[in-house]
Design a protein around this ligand. Structure first.
Ligand code: ADP
Length: 187
């Protein structure tokens, strides 16, 4: 059975970086909704044009839009054979419910990369992406607390939540994540 993993964590927690390393190391397909949306913006597709202003303000793209994109991606052959690591999705309980509707049996693990608000604020201001203005960062962190943090309970209730300390050096955090995933994949 291929692994199905979701990685959660505040914006700036380092989840994108760690997700790339996990995908390489465990052979699962890294699916980042942020990357998919940024690619759509860069290509100037209809989706990209709709998403751009929403992303720049730090708001969330509507569930109906993002759910469809993820559902379609999960059906591709590479995911069916290799498994997946979802990064940036689900971000709301509505998205988690949609995901469990089409991938319930494939989902083994929800990782929460835990880093404090003060620390992520510093990291995001330092990386300087287009949508990393102080206002958009504040908005994204606010939305994380109201929309995404409730997901921790949602995954906990389903018995698949693991909290991993995201403070410290990148390699150190990666070792912690690897240990948790290995434990799950041996089951
Ligand atoms: P960050 O983790 O710094 O917020 P992401 O790359 O995950 O960066 O997302 C960037 C932006 O893309 C978000 O602020 C949001 O506007 C949009 N986005 C990404 N994933 C989702 C999602 N699952 N639901 C709604 N909007 C999303």
């Amino acid at each position: 059975m291929p692994l199905g993993i979701v990685i959660l964590g505040r914006q700036g927690s380092g989840k994108g970086t760690q997700a790339v390393r996990i995908a390489e190391s465990f052979g699962v397909v890294h699916i980042s909704t942020g990357d998919m949306l940024r690619a759509a913006v860069a290509e100037g597709t209809e989706l990209g044009m709709k998403a751009k202003s929403i992303m720049d303000s730090g708001d969330l793209v509507p569930d109906t839009v993002i759910n469809g994109i993820v559902e379609e991606r999960l059906q591709k052959d590479d995911v069916q054979s290799g498994g997946f690591l979802l990064d940036g999705f689900p971000r709301t309980v509505g998205q988690a419910e949609a995901l469990s509707g089409y991938a319930e049996n494939d989902l083994n693990l929800a990782l929460n990369l835990d880093v404090s608000i003060d620390e992520v604020m510093d990291r995001m201001l330092a990386r300087g992406r287009d949508d990393d203005t102080a206002e958009a960062i504040t908005r994204r962190l606010e939305l994380y607390e109201t929309e995404t943090a409730p997901l921790l309970d949602w995954f906990e209730e389903r018995g698949i939540l693991k909290i991993v300390d995201g403070n410290g050096a990148e390699d150190e955090v990666f070792s912690r994540l690897t240990a948790v995933i290995e434990e799950i994949s041996e089951k």
